[in-house]
Design a protein around this ligand. Structure first.
Ligand code: KG4
Ligand code: ZN
Length: 340
């Protein structure tokens, strides 16, 4: 098999990332987090674009150095075309287009959401990870999306379910914000929930038919619940923080699990994968593995480092497209949402 060196760039939201892959093996995966957004309680698009401009060259340099690959030995450059923040995507797209022209190597666009799923096929130089067999069901849970897909083959995903309002990641982030926790709320809730009781507070789950999700009702009922309790006791959040985190996390995970139970029953598919930022959640991982064990299902999560936004997953999708000669032209522009 030919050895292919790919440089990948990811700039869809608030992390600037560059990775170097040799086939599906991640030689380096550098992620520069943008601290600038934290005091605003969410991502400020204008600031994100500016931070990407500052970070992109040092991040790419570092990725090449860590991988010990000279830029002249790259076979292709892959980048995130969308969906994401347009100003942020533009930085990565422009950089990738220029580098492709200067080095005279193919340019490969990657869809950020599909790439999250292909993160399951990455390996490290010293570690080969277990991989799902086709076809498998993919639950994609990120900050902006919650989807269920049937993955029939490489580059062949059919999405059968989507959220009709908020995403699972948003449910974590907004609940955290209501409790006064910093952004992003998912990891904060995950760690605070570890010493809390999952059934201390009960929140109603939405009744949505089929494969689709809804999270906005949960967020609203959480908001009203907290508001009412604060009226009775201003110290309510502080006194109950761990239980609140465990209970809201449990409800979000239950909503996801119920849809996946329905999907496996409907499709008969027994290989299940979870991907996207929320797949870093330790409770979700535990609950899904327990379900898999009980039902005889194979459950897969990407390696921890490849769950939240990273360029390695963009490189993986880039590698799959490279093998099929699916290249972009130099006039390619980003897309902000899936409608392109
Ligand atoms: O995939 P991702 O990094 O970016 C998008 O494509 O949106 O996902 C970000 C989302 C955020 O909502 C963040 O709170 C959530 O993933 N997240 C988590 C955890 N780590 C990140 N949610 C729950 N538990 C975590 N440990
Ligand atoms: Zn993402």
């Amino acid at each position: 098999m030919k050895t292919v060196n790919i440089l990948a760039i990811e700039t869809s939201c608030d992390d600037t990332s560059a990775a170097v892959l040799q086939n599906n093996v991640v030689l380096s995966n550098v992620i520069a987090n943008q601290e600038v957004h934290r005091r605003f309680g969410g991502v400020v698009p204008e600031l994100a674009s500016r931070a990407h401009q500052q970070h992109i060259i040092p991040v790419v340099d570092q990725a090449l150095q860590l991988a010990n690959i000279h830029k002249n030995n790259l076979n292709a450059i892959a980048f995130t075309r969308g969906p994401g923040l347009l100003g942020s995507l533009l930085v990565g797209v422009s950089f990738a287009r220029s580098l492709s022209q200067v080095l005279n190597i193919p340019l490969i666009e990657a869809d950020h959401l599909n790439a999250h799923i292909y993160a399951l096929f990455l390996d490290k130089p010293d570690k080969v990870f277990p991989k799902p067999q086709f076809p498998f069901l993919a639950l994609l849970v990120s900050g902006g999306h919650t989807r269920i897909g049937i993955v029939r083959d490489f580059l062949d995903i059919e999405f059968i379910g989507d959220t009709i309002d908020d995403a699972a990641g948003e449910a974590f982030d907004k609940s955290a914000k209501i409790m006064g926790l910093p952004y992003p709320g998912g990891p904060e809730i995950d760690s605070l929930a570890k010493t809390g009781h999952i059934s201390r507070f009960r929140f109603s789950k939405p009744v949505i038919p089929g494969y689709n999700f809804s999270f906005s009702g949960l967020k609203t009922s959480f908001l009203y619940f907290i508001r009412d309790e604060l009226k009775k006791d201003p110290g309510f959040i502080q006194k109950n923080l761990n239980d609140l985190c465990a209970s809201i996390q449990h409800t979000i995970v239950e909503i996801l699990l119920e849809k996946m139970k329905f999907s496996t029953k409907q499709t008969g598919i027994k290989n299940i994968a979870v991907a996207g930022g929320v797949s870093a959640n330790s409770y979700l991982k535990k609950v899904f593995h327990e379900w898999g064990k009980k039902e005889g299902l194979e459950i897969f999560f990407p390696d921890r480092g490849f769950t939240t936004d990273n360029a390695a997953m963009i490189g993986m999708l880039g590698y799959l497209k490279y093998n099929k000669g699916l290249f972009s032209t130099l006039d390619v522009t980003p897309y902000a949402n899936n409608d392109k």
